[in-house]
Design a protein around this ligand. Sequence first.
Ligand code: CTP
Length: 275
Amino acid sequence: DMYKHPSTLSSFAALKQYGNIMIPAESGELASGLSGEGRMAEPENIVAFLEADLESKLPLKGKKILVTAGPTYEAIDPVRFIGNHSSGKMGFDIANEAASLGAEVFLIAGPTHLKAKNSLIKVVDVISAQEMYDACHVYFNEVDAAIAAAAVADYRPKFVADQKIKKNTVEFSIELEKTKDILSSLGAIKKNQFLIGFALETENEIENAKLKIQKKNLDLIVLNSLQDKGAGFKKETNKVTFIDKNFEIEPMELKSKESVAADILNKVILHFSKS
Ligand code: CTP
């Protein structure tokens, strides 16, 4: 009687008109002893409703984002490889942040000890630069943005020994060949994807980063500075400068890698809000 009363119904209508969302009442036994529509929704249903509503309003809902993370390992023989000190943290933080903003994420990860934190993240584990290249090209066509945070090896051994190499010579050298530049290859085929790369420079930082934007056909580059204490490999913090394709330069403060990830995703959100 109360739920269907005209004054209740007109109040509901007024509340809806003000932009409120109604969580529907449930049916069943009522406090008045009658049975019908008007029971408070079960708490778990209220929570599920709120979750679904909040999720539908996330700024990256419906977007797909490719992220590369971690180092790559280039085999020398069955037990040795050429690698680097990348922990993968920056890339994983970007993937976690993108997923918490509602994006579906394809995280192409080189060898790391990290775990993705969100069921919206599909992790594709790879080892070598070639495997990372192949995995990126599987997903790139279907994504709206790609962020290349991996520290990909630039060279790999030209020949990989089938057996462990014995130490029977005084000197030993390994012939190396170039790996494919994954980011450049994505830049070369991109359609509408918003493409973000990283740059690690130790000299002429801004000029070199600008050259990378052009060479790799990027929309934005995140320049890592090794000049700043607290920035770079195996650190919890990072100090970056954003440079966009119009060469607008935005230096950021030293901050946690999670906050840098949030700044990067803000750039992605801003891009989608304009396009
Ligand atoms: N990158 C890539 N594939 C490679 C090498 C690099 O996708 N084979 C990506 C990185 O993930 C990063 C960007 O390219 O987003 C720039 O990497 P960086 O090491 O700064 O530059 P390089 O292109 O390797 O050039 P250089 O080492 O000569 O500075």
